[in-house]
Design a binder for this molecule. Structure first.
Ligand code: TXA
Ligand code: MG
Length: 322
């Protein structure tokens, strides 16, 4: 597998040539790294499922570089235009009625397709070179933690994919917001960097929210409860309990610093800021998962307020099934 440099035009050209030949290339995005293949070529897209051990019923997100590609894969409604103007390119995925020319394999046999325009300059440059839509789920083995660096991709998928383009650490560190689009309302299918309130104000449509709960959303086929999980046991622990003590070989992870200095602990944000916590959460889980001295992970349970929705969603899933 090749490690390519996102700053080198010749390496971007290599990535584009591999993709156009039907191969798999992991690309950096502003959310997490994605594992890309040609979206309109079913045999190329099939390799994504095989490399990730992903069930065929779990549909892929299609990434676009220019607006005119959208009509070729989805049906566009007026609410899409206002959301596109406000948030594309960026970490928003819209679920729209699918165009018949898109292979059913990409959408897991569904009549809808998830689409987004990534903002990362490397992903955009590659889309520009290939000039066709790219299907790309997160570049991790199915059920594992999404990668936020090229090293995470190598660790999870080396030997199973053709190349990864290094574009530095992902800016948001959590996957895109996914919105289901109907004519008179929108539905939050997966929380992400763009908050439901911002989507309501840009579109003028109400956003139906799932409960903040530990339950997987049945309307997202990939909303399996165990998702984004480290291999080690992960528990969410109230701050007070976490401050007191922990069993041996337990990594203690705090949302913000404590007044009492503690040894052998990790701190995700200086100010308990949910955006900052989101940026480093997956990198922290990757690091602890690989640390031979760590047997289990205890993370401070975040507040249940709206600003913590995305971090809570990912933590509940990471902590499930252990
Ligand atoms: O930020 C992101 O969205 C990243 C980057 C690489 O773009 N991608 C990503 O893809 O997180 P993935 O495959 O790991 O997660 C996409 C989710 C899955 O849970 C999938 O089931 C859901 O989107 N999805 C895809 N197509 C859908 C559809 N037609 N209807 C409902 N959910 C869909
Ligand atoms: Mg994923």
């Amino acid at each position: 597998m090749k490690l390519l440099d996102g700053n080198l035009p010749s390496d971007l050209q290599t990535a584009a040539s591999l993709l156009l030949a039907g191969r798999l290339v992991a690309l950096p995005s502003e959310t997490v790294y994605g594992l890309a293949a040609l979206a309109l070529d079913a045999s190329a897209a099939l390799k994504i499922f095989q490399a990730k051990d992903r069930p065929l019923a779990d549909p892929l997100i299609v990434h676009l570089g220019t607006g005119h590609q959208l009509d070729k894969i989805a049906r566009v409604t007026p609410s899409v235009e206002s959301l596109a103007r406000a948030f594309w390119p960026g970490p928003l995925t819209l679920v729209l009625p699918k165009h018949p020319s898109l292979p059913d394999l990409v959408t897991g046999g569904q009549s809808t397709v998830a689409v987004r325009f990534p903002s990362h300059p490397v992903f955009r440059a590659v889309l520009d070179l290939v000039q066709v839509p790219l299907a790309a789920p997160s570049a991790n083995p199915f059920g594992g933690i999404s990668p936020t660096s090229a090293q995470h991709v190598i660790h999870g998928l080396a030997g199973r994919i053709d190349a990864v383009v290094d574009g530095g650490p992902s800016q948001h560190g959590l996957e895109s917001t996914i919105i289901g689009v109907a004519s008179d309302h929108l539905t939050l299918l997966r929380p992400g960097p763009i908050a439901p309130a911002a989507i309501e104000s840009a579109s003028g449509l109400p956003v139906i929210l799932p409960e903040v709960s530990t339950a997987a959303s049945p309307s997202v086929p990939g909303g399996f409860l165990r998702h984004y999980s480290p291999t080690k046991n992960l528990s969410l622990v109230p701050r007070q309990e976490l401050l007191e003590s922990a069993p041996p070989q337990t990594a203690r992870v705090f949302l913000s610093p404590s007044a009492i200095p503690l040894t052998d602990t990790l701190i995700l944000s200086q100010t308990a800021d949910p955006v900052e916590v989101g940026q480093v959460l997956y990198a922290t889980l990757h690091q602890l998962d690989r640390d031979p001295c760590v047997h289990q992970i205890w993370i401070e349970r975040p507040p249940t307020s709206e600003s913590w929705r995305t971090v809570n969603d990912r933590l509940y899933r990471a902590a499930a099934n252990h």
